[in-house]
Design a protein around this ligand. Structure first.
Ligand code: CMC
Length: 374
């Protein structure tokens, strides 16, 4: 008799977590009990990063100390910088992020130490250095000079500065900060589960984050924000949107940026990100993508009752900010490092090797025939 298979672990609860939850009573994603949209309204990204990693919102002094460490760690070793310079220019930046974190693991003096204290120190290094590595690649592949990080800039300001050589308008920085807050954590999604699975064999944090980045790259997960932009570029102008989406649905296409394993009637992060997408479009005086956005969303809800997920508004928002499309998912990485790390720490604190079973459907038992008789 076939076992009861739960493909994709659909509906299976595999462990407990204190990091985040989608709370049905407020219909919202919460981090450590706080609604993500409330955090977007009242906090900067660094406060939320602190909250996710440490369990509580920081006091002013705690935030200052946290920022001091993050800013101090914003430097890359010569080896890492030289490696990035030698990466193929056509590499996907997600592969650059993955390889950069892996190289950080080769260099970190505490790689083998899985104590919570050492892991938190390593998190701060990965958290601070990954954006620097990505921005360096952003410049190098365009044949531009690398811009060193500035310690008087916030996490978000510094990322813009290292990529573009300037900090944009404050509305743009706030929208970016909001996107990082919304991307920071989402319970047992694919990449977080990957990180926890790697951790469960008592492997190290660099390995777990490297694996999580590989997992996030896929278009069914983080890669969707890039696919949304490819879709919008194919649609080209609002006048084409209605036909395009109707044709796509007639052909039973999966429309990127829509649907979610957990939210079935709308991702709670979308209204906040939609609002900031609009603010960015206003600053950039470019409403084209907003119009396409609204038409596609309306048809998806009317015809399929499928709502957008957070990757739908972030895609065009990052485009309007000036980022290359293949940098959208790496931006997700620099934020989600916080969520992954909190889960890695939690996994270590109450570890059980993750090792599910499979229902075997291969050949029945047979004897090996020596090669000269096959
Ligand atoms: N476009 C068209 N149809 C869809 C979509 C979509 N985006 N999403 C779900 N459906 C349909 C699907 O075809 C299926 O129909 P049927 O029952 O007739 O076969 C039904 O809805 C259920 O979908 P599912 O794929 O079985 O649901 P799931 O929970 O396994 O998948 C998902 C969730 C996110 C993988 C899926 O909705 C999808 O592929 N979305 C597009 C990719 C995407 O936007 N991913 C980002 C996810 S959220 C943020 C993140 O993780 O980065």
């Amino acid at each position: 008799m076939a076992e009861d298979i739960k493909k994709g672990l659909l509906g299976i609860v595999v462990d407990e977590t204190e990091v985040s939850k989608v709370m049905p009573e407020i219909n919202s994603l919460t981090y450590r009990g706080y609604a993500a949209q409330d955090l977007c309204a009242k906090c900067k990204f660094e406060e939320v990063a602190y909250l996710i990693l440490n369990g509580e919102l920081p006091s002013e002094k705690q935030l200052k100390d946290f920022e001091k460490v993050e800013r101090k760690e914003r430097n890359l070793s010569k080896t890492l910088l030289e490696s990035i310079k030698n990466f193929p220019k056509k590499s996907h930046p997600m592969d650059v992020a993955r390889t950069a974190v892996s190289i950080m693991g080769l260099e970190d003096k505490e790689t083998k130490d899985n104590s919570p204290e050492a892991n938190l120190r390593k998190v701060m290094r990965i958290f601070a250095k990954t954006p620097v590595a990505l921005a360096a690649f952003y410049r190098i592949r365009k044949g531009k000079k690398i811009i060193k990080p500035k310690s008087n800039l916030s996490f978000s300001e510094n990322f813009f500065y290292m990529c573009f050589g300037r900090v944009p308008e404050k509305e743009i920085v706030k929208a970016f900060d909001v996107s990082l807050i919304l991307y920071a954590e989402h319970s047992f999604n694919v990449s977080t589960f990957t990180a926890r699975t790697i951790t469960s064999s008592l492997s190290d944090i660099h390995g777990a984050i490297t694996g999580a980045i590989a997992s996030l790259k896929g278009p069914l997960h983080g890669g969707a924000n890039e696919e949304v932009m490819h879709m919008m570029n194919k649609i080209k102008k609002p006048e084409n949107a209605l036909n395009w989406i109707n044709n796509a649905l007639d052909q039973k296409a999966v429309v990127m940026g829509f649907g979610h394993r957990v939210y079935k009637s709308g991702d709670s992060r979308v209204p906040t990100m939609r609002e900031y997408f609009s603010k960015v479009a206003k600053v950039k005086k470019d409403k084209k993508f907003e119009k396409i956005y609204d038409i596609v969303e309306k048809v998806m809800i009317e015809r399929k009752n499928i709502h957008p997920n957070v990757d739908y508004p972030t895609g065009p928002t990052y485009h309007l900010m000036g980022f290359d499309t293949d940098f959208f998912t790496p931006i997700f990485v620099i934020s989600r490092i916080t969520g992954w790390s909190a889960h890695i720490l939690e996994q270590h604190a109450a570890n059980k090797l993750i090792r599910p079973l499979a229902s075997y459907k291969g050949n029945s038992y047979r004897k090996v025939i020596p090669i000269n008789q096959r």
